[in-house]
Design a protein. Sequence first.
Length: 81
Amino acid sequence: MDNIDKRNRLDEEIFTYRVTKNNTVFIDWCGKSVTTLKGKEAERIIAKLNSAANEKEVQLILAKVTGNFKRGNERNSNNKN
């Protein structure tokens, strides 16, 4: 796992998730909604999250599910000119 998270970003717990009654999974990154999962995909992710050994594994699962949504060209609202 050390080779996967070289910058230790997953230690900051930047991803959160919510599961609804009908097994819809909402995944947030830094408080912003990123992905919504339903059906068999949601059930598979819920099973993985429930079997995770620690919080860092949960963060890694959520990071893999969200994929490459952040490409580095987003502007930070605090740095506007």
